[in-house]
Design a protein around this ligand. Structure first.
Ligand code: IMP
Ligand code: MG
Length: 180
């Protein structure tokens, strides 16, 4: 698996300390709110969600949504579709979307529009990674781990064709892997 990685972009210890900083900020910002609801966008968010939630020092609930994105390609098709909806009624709730990476922004633009219609008390976005160069749809990021260059990355939950999610760091995938 390591041989498929061109280079490590963000080592595990840097991810962990940034996640703790984000959690500290979220803990402060939502101190006065009633039970924050973290909404994870499956499946890429899973690793980040667990580490983030564990270090937020507030009463919170967790739910997940699944959206069709890349399949085995590395480019967004621009076509977005909900595969699994929330189990929670979010009307009147404080919602924080937890995402692994924002690339074109199409996924989150679609998701935010869908969730806004359900009248949450507030709706914010927390993403571990952001590729600002690639934006096609505008999204306001409230909590950001790292801006990254326009490279295809895997690890810490992020996949290529369902592989590499278990790497503890964020690595740049060798282009030969997805050019094959
Ligand atoms: P967007 O709609 O283009 O913003 O796509 C966001 C989704 O595409 C993310 O939630 C990821 O699942 C996937 N994605 C975008 N860039 C990468 C990457 O570099 N590695 C792995 N997945 C990515
Ligand atoms: Mg994702």
């Amino acid at each position: 698996m390591r041989d498929d990685i061109a280079r490590v972009l963000i080592p595990s210890d840097q991810i962990q300390s940034r996640v703790h900083e984000l959690a500290r900020q979220i803990t402060q910002d939502y101190a006065e709110c009633d039970t924050l609801l973290l909404v994870g966008v499956l499946k890429g968010c899973a690793t980040f969600m667990v580490d983030l939630a564990r270090s937020i020092d507030l009463p919170l609930a967790i739910d997940y949504i699944a959206i069709a994105s890349y399949g085995a390609s590395t480019e967004s098709s621009g076509v977005v579709r909900m595969i699994k909806d929330l189990e929670t009624d979010i009307a009147g709730r404080h919602i924080l979307i937890v995402e692994d990476i924002i690339d074109s922004g199409l996924t989150l633009a679609y998701l935010c529009a869908q969730l806004q219609r359900r009248n949450p008390a507030s709706l914010r976005i927390c993403t571990l990674l952001n590729k600002p160069e690639r934006r096609k749809a505008e999204v306001k990021v409230d909590y950001l781990g790292f801006d990254i260059p326009n490279e295809f990355v895997v690890g810490y939950g992020l996949d290529y064709a369902e592989r590499y999610r278990n790497l503890p760091y964020i690595g740049i995938l060798r282009p030969e892997i997805y050019a094959e």
